[in-house]
Design a protein around this ligand. Structure first.
Ligand SMILES: C[C@@]1(CC(=O)O)c2cc3[nH]c(cc4nc(cc5[nH]c(cc(n2)[C@H]1CCC(=O)O)[C@@](C)(CC(=O)O)[C@@H]5CCC(=O)O)C(CC(=O)O)=C4CCC(=O)O)c(CCC(=O)O)c3CC(=O)O
Ligand SMILES: NC(=O)C1=CN([C@@H]2O[C@H](COP(=O)(O)OP(=O)(O)OC[C@H]3O[C@@H](n4cnc5c(N)ncnc54)[C@H](O)[C@@H]3O)[C@@H](O)[C@H]2O)C=CC1
Length: 195
């Protein structure tokens, strides 16, 4: 199967995660990092769900699953250990026209989650189109270590330089800024290669 990748602005959007275990927790944490409005539905939860700061960022619906819970959601996650229930959540979300992720694999939901690492400017995302999640995780760790070494100041300089370049009308000046930009990018690559 081939996928189309995107980065979505999910701030304040309702996202429903069905499940209260280890995998659900991982999906919830990532959604909170992106400032989503996270509703978690399960009968029992790992203690981490009740710990701060996570507890104050999510709404816990401690009840049996019902399709009603999905209404108005932008994204849904079927993340329980009950395969049948996950299938039901996927079917309900699809019926409501909502994109859904299934922890049972790429063939059941409509999207999958890559292994990611983000600093303020750079985001690394690795996926195997569902075929080898552990490989995604281990490569994420490998590249994360390299990217963590990149200086924030240098990244910020690049962002500024790019802004200047885009708003510069004089062609010659623009070219000069582009050359500077390429030099800074080369410095970034050198920093990555040093690790
Ligand atoms: C399709 C997908 C759907 C989705 O969840 O979106 C999916 C599916 C499945 N994962 C399974 C197992 C494991 N998944 C992990 C870890 C991660 N899994 C993630 C994503 C994805 N997993 C999507 C595809 C991503 C891609 O394209 O590569 C990561 C990257 C992102 C995240 O979850 O946030 C996160 C690493 C985060 C990080 O550290 O960066 C580990 C390791 C661990 O937990 O430490 C194991 C155990 C080792 C193993 O089994 O390989 C199983 C079998 C379950 C069973 O045994 O029943 C299935 C179902 C199946 O394959 O049938
Ligand atoms: N996609 C991924 O990244 C991964 C997926 N998995 C899959 O995800 C599943 C969940 O794994 P974990 O979170 O580690 O399990 P877990 O045992 O920690 O949590 C399971 C959760 O499902 C809930 N649940 C189970 N049956 C339910 C029901 N009938 N109604 C309501 N809630 C119910 C439980 O209350 C619990 O909160 C595994 O069974 C496995 O198939 C496992 C590892 C990684």
């Amino acid at each position: 199967m081939s996928f189309y990748n995107l980065s979505i602005d999910i701030r304040k959007q309702k996202c429903v995660v069905v499940g209260g275990g280890r995998v659900a927790l991982r999906k919830v944490r990532k959604l909170c990092e992106a400032d989503a409005h996270v509703v978690v539905n399960a009968l029992d939860y790992l203690p981490e769900f009740y710990e701060k700061p996570l507890a104050s960022q999510i709404s816990i619906e401690q009840s049996e699953y019902s399709k009603e819970l999905l209404k108005g959601a932008t994204l849904v996650f079927a993340a329980t250990s009950d395969f049948q229930l996950n299938q039901q959540v996927c079917a309900d979300a699809k019926e409501l026209g909502i994109l859904v992720n299934s922890v049972n694999g790429e063939e059941y939901g409509s999207f999958i989650i890559p292994a990611t690492y983000s600093n303020s400017i750079l985001t690394l995302a690795i996926t195997t189109d569902g075929q080898a999640p552990l490989l995604s995780k281990e490569l994420r760790k490998y590249f994360q270590e390299k990217i963590e070494n990149v200086s924030t100041e240098l990244l910020e300089e690049i962002v500024l330089l790019r802004k200047e370049m885009v708003s510069e009308d004089d062609e010659k000046e623009k070219q000069g800024l582009e050359e500077k930009l390429h030099k800074k990018i080369k410095q970034i690559i050198n920093q990555i290669e040093r690790v």
